[in-house]
Design a protein around this ligand. Sequence first.
Ligand code: ATP
Ligand code: MG
Length: 346
Amino acid sequence: MSRSIRLAVIPGDGIGPEVVAQGLKVLGAVLPSDVKLDTRPYDLGARRWHATGETLPDAELDSLKDHDAILLGAIGDPSVPSGVLERGLLLKLRFAFDHYVNLRPSKLFPNTPTPLAGRPDIDFVVVREGTEGPYTGNGGSLRTGTPHEVATEVSVNTAYGVERVVRDAYERARSRPRKRLTLVHKTNVLVHAGQLWKSVFDRVGAEYPDVTTDYLHVDAATIFFVTQPERFDVIVTDNLFGDILTDLAAAVTGGIGLAASGNINPAGAFPSMFEPVHGSAPDIAGTGKADPTATVLSVALLLRHLGYEAEAVRVERAVAADLAERTGKTRTTDATGDALAARAAG
Ligand code: ATP
Ligand code: MG
């Protein structure tokens, strides 16, 4: 049987192209020989915007659809006004491709630094809602620029949007050994949205009697991320809470160089996009210091999403084995990519 993966690649800005090259190296090393990998690069990001004023032209958005998945490096540069690439490219893609699940696993690998005492056994995944909450751009400003300015940012929560992400989280919880799902929100203060989330969570939960559930306010969750992170298995939460919680999770599990993510359209109507959580890191671009591990772990998520579970596991094991032997001596981006590819192929 001949199989193929049509992969769109957006290397992007700063260290994006450097880390994406390593991700592709590992992907090439781990795929079975009968799988044809068909990659198509897209020149999007700060350089393109400076050259043409374009962020994501509709023709390119259209052609991106014609892929099984997207691998993204990083988008952004201090020379581009804040919001231009976020709204014009990243959020445009997320809404157009209905990436309603933002998946962010957090695992503390052996021998990686953590600010937490006692090296707790951290292995959880945050399912962050990706298309609603305060990220829809609803709101506005009255009497702008005056001492009486009133600015609103409306958080949009629909039964449809909440139910589909909650359902996805239950499915993920069911597939994991511990089968635990925690809803994180702020139902005591954000009562309208909170009530919707909680009632959907409870109603859908009735269909998953094998999944153990609990609920935490987001402020309590931040405390437990630091004091008892081992209690978490799968967490489902809204767009903004998820954004903040996952940065905290990255900080306690070895830092931004290791944090992977997927922007997922679970039904597969549109290609899902996988990317490291970190940004373009212009301060180290071109120096060979960027750690490509977060991108390589994002490739593992990509493989799993496309049904290559055994290959995904091999990539994750390669990362764990490599991290276990890292000495603190800095290795170039390219050398780390070579080492991971060799282990994953192994
Ligand atoms: P953005 O707005 O795109 O999130 P940022 O400046 O907030 O960008 P990053 O680009 O992630 O955040 O960089 C934050 C810091 O982490 C920088 O000092 C950068 O050098 C460092 N950093 C980020 N990614 C990596 C990496 N893969 N390897 C090593 N250092 C990294
Ligand atoms: Mg940032």
